[in-house]
Write a protein that binds this ligand. Structure first.
Ligand code: MG
Length: 421
């Protein structure tokens, strides 16, 4: 162990301050000495930032001068961003990774004219910011939730996305079977998709006003799921922002008797005034947020009561610190926080640290692909149980607690993009 943390507190000042308080001071000094440290943080510097692209995810690794590194993930708004990652890396090289908020703000503010308000800029920033938390946690030997202020809960509740979108025109029976299968696996909350682009009941493929037969199809599917699992399992439904306001109101009204946990993104994300009208028209809770960025993107939505529940994607909306800010902002309006999550288990656990750290956490998304696609086990290292009866146990290891496996990841890397080079 090269140097204790006292070195950067200033030994002389500390000694002077505690000299008259001999017993108390000694205990204080001892407790500082006994605090585990991986390195003298004052000397820790970022040396490089590298990345790899798999499926819909960007994995970022931040290296330092002390053989510790941090990993983060960005999703969805990441295609074509390799040079953006390298560019952000240049901006933070030589700096201490422990000032996470400051580095986040340096990158965000220096990109004011480069699109730093949303989209790919913020998704890449999310991956970098998350890697900084992982790195800071490893340097200080603390789990990320502790750096975020501690935890309200040890376990984070998740809902299972049933992934019926992989099936062509799923029937009500498919919905019922998927609901029962998820319940059997121990999940007490499940999600379905209601938007079907190739629904033969559509009259027009550009106008997304649902036809009466399409509305009935949606109802029959969710009613079959409700019938299959009974009244005590939470069911939510996603429309992926693909409909118009009149359809949103019709669907929300029609589903009221099914007691949904929420109806998600019935219309596109941009017009929160339209959301307000939809939310005011129904007792079905309305949820949005995975296509909103930064706490700024949630400000008006919350101020005008546009939604009942916010669901930022922490791998896309700005990262873990920004996710916590969004949760705290929502809490001022008594609005629960239910993050979207389409990442690897690294992203799931990173999100879980934030979910543990805020009072108004409701539920986090969990993907059934973790159970069906071997790739997800191959691209990370984690020795604990991933999920148990709808709950993730938040890792107590330093940092996020999940490591990426570059060797396992390489065969899935998107061709033509440098892989951790
Ligand atoms: Mg969604």
């Amino acid at each position: 162990m090269p140097q204790s943390r006292r070195s950067f507190i200033s030994k002389a000042a500390l000694a002077a301050a505690i000299a008259p308080l001999s017993t108390f001071g000694q205990q204080y000094e001892k407790s500082i000495d006994q605090t585990p440290k991986a390195s003298p943080p004052s000397n820790l510097k970022i040396t490089d930032v590298k990345c790899g692209y798999i499926r819909g995810s960007l994995f970022v690794k931040i290296y330092t001068n002390q053989d510790i590194w941090g990993c983060g993930e960005g999703v969805d708004a990441i295609p074509g961003t390799y040079h953006l990652v390298k560019n952000f890396g240049e901006r933070i090289k030589g700096k201490s990774p422990l000032n996470v908020h400051r580095l986040f703000e340096d990158i965000r503010k220096s990109g004011f004219f480069q699109g730093a308000q949303s989209g790919m800029y913020v998704a890449v920033l999310s991956a970098i910011e998350t890697a900084l938390w992982d790195l800071a946690g490893k340097a200080l030997q603390l789990p990320v939730y502790q750096l975020l202020g501690g935890k309200f809960r040890d376990k984070v509740r998740v809902y299972c996305d049933t992934a019926l979108y992989q099936r062509n025109l799923p029937t009500p029976k498919d919905f019922a079977d998927a609901a029962q299968a998820a319940k059997k696996m121990g999940f007490n909350a499940i999600k379905f998709d209601l938007d079907q682009a190739n629904d033969p009941n559509k009259y027009d493929f550009y106008n997304w006003t649902a036809s009466p037969a399409e509305l009935q199809r949606m109802y029959d599917q969710l009613a079959a799921a409700r019938e299959a699992v009974g009244p005590t399992i939470d069911i939510c439904a996603d429309m992926h922002g693909r409909y118009d306001a009149v359809t949103a109101q019709a669907v929300a009204k029609k589903m009221e008797s099914l007691n949904l946990m929420w109806l998600e993104e019935p219309v596109p994300a941009e017009n929160v005034d339209a959301y307000k009208l939809i939310t005011a028209s129904t007792s079905t809770p309305i949820c949005a947020g995975e296509n909103h960025y930064l706490a700024y993107g949630f400000r008006k939505m919350l101020e005008i009561g546009a939604v009942d529940i916010v669901m930022p994607d922490l791998q896309k909306c700005g990262g873990l610190g920004e996710g916590q800010r969004i949760a705290n902002l929502a809490n001022l309006y008594y609005v629960p926080f239910a993050p979207h999550m389409v990442a690897s288990f690294l992203g799931a656990m990173a999100s879980a640290h934030v979910c543990a750290s805020v009072p108004n956490f409701m539920i986090l998304e969990w993907q059934s692909y973790f159970h069906t696609q071997p790739m997800f086990k191959e691209i990370i290292h984690y020795d604990g149980e991933w999920v148990n009866n709808s709950f993730i146990t938040v890792s107590d290891k330093p940092g996020i607690g999940v490591e990426i496996n570059e060797a396992g990841m390489k065969k899935y890397a998107i061709p033509g993009i440098p892989f951790f080079e």
